[in-house]
Design a protein around this ligand. Structure first.
Ligand code: ZN
Ligand code: FE
Length: 254
């Protein structure tokens, strides 16, 4: 039995179910819609005990109401975003550990895509749930935060152990790879990774999780100041945040 189950939802979202085998509690990360989650739980006759929310967008919370009524989980989200989240049973903040079942989560504020977005890390199990902040070879679009917000958020996540696995909210990898190659065309690791990820995508296998190490090597949003990108983008005289902003703006129109 694996610890973390990937539940594809909608057209390109992922929800995750963390199976805490020690206490028999199940923890869902985001609820883009209820049907695939309900199907998974009911087929295995599992309870749903907790729901973790990364951010307020409908493609991350729309399934919560139905799941709450049917299974009665405790709903957990960012205290500073609670005014626009479904009713929370537990409010979390950066710097305060969340203990549920036998699992301990570290909470990180990761503004940028939205302001009030959080990521959850299970450091013991080496898993990081990033929602629409850090993604496989990409990062979320900046709807509410500034380039500096997202850059700071990613900088924070870069400090985590490099073998931590990244579970992000979407399958955007195909477009992210093709974009990455346009800003970092000389990156040999990126070229190699492109082949393995494209094989996965073609066979319908999720490209999540990746590892932080892989992202450090190939994700242009973590590499704005690497010489290969700086040379190609001609950004030597810009500061890191402006370099990042330039890459993000190009991706918005890719
Ligand atoms: Zn979103
Ligand atoms: Fe989303």
């Amino acid at each position: 039995m694996s610890l973390i189950e990937i539940i594809p939802c909608l057209s390109d979202n992922y929800a995750y179910i963390i199976r805490d085998h020690q206490t028999n509690k199940n923890i869902l990360v985001d609820a883009p819609e209820y049907a695939p989650i309900e199907r998974y739980l009911d087929e295995k006759a599992l309870s749903l005990d907790f729901i973790l929310i990364t951010h307020h967008h409908s493609d991350h919370i729309d399934g919560i109401n139905h799941l709450k009524l049917k299974y009665g989980p405790k709903v957990i989200g960012a205290k500073r975003d609670k005014h626009r989240l479904p009713p929370l049973d537990i409010e979390v903040e950066e710097g305060k550990e969340l203990s549920i079942g036998s699992k301990k989560f570290n909470i990180y504020d990761v503004d940028g895509h939205t302001v009030g977005h959080i990521a959850y890390a299970l450091l013991e199990d080496k898993a990081l749930f990033t929602g629409d902040s850090l993604m496989v070879m990409g990062c979320g679009r900046l709807f509410e935060g500034t380039p500096k917000d997202m850059w700071e958020s990613l900088k924070k996540l870069k400090q985590l152990p490099e073998d931590i696995k990244i579970y992000s909210g979407h399958e955007y990898t195909k477009s992210n790879i093709e974009f990455a190659l346009t800003v970092d065309p000389q990156n040999e690791k990126l070229k190699v990774r492109r082949m393995t990820e494209l094989e996965r995508i073609e066979s319908g296998t999720p490209t999540v999780p990746s590892t932080l190490r892989e992202e450090l090597d190939t994700n242009p949003f973590l590499r704005e100041s690497e010489s290969s990108i700086v040379d190609h983008m001609d950004t030597a005289n810009l500061d890191p945040v402006s370099r990042f902003a330039k890459i993000r703006a190009l991706k918005d129109n890719f």
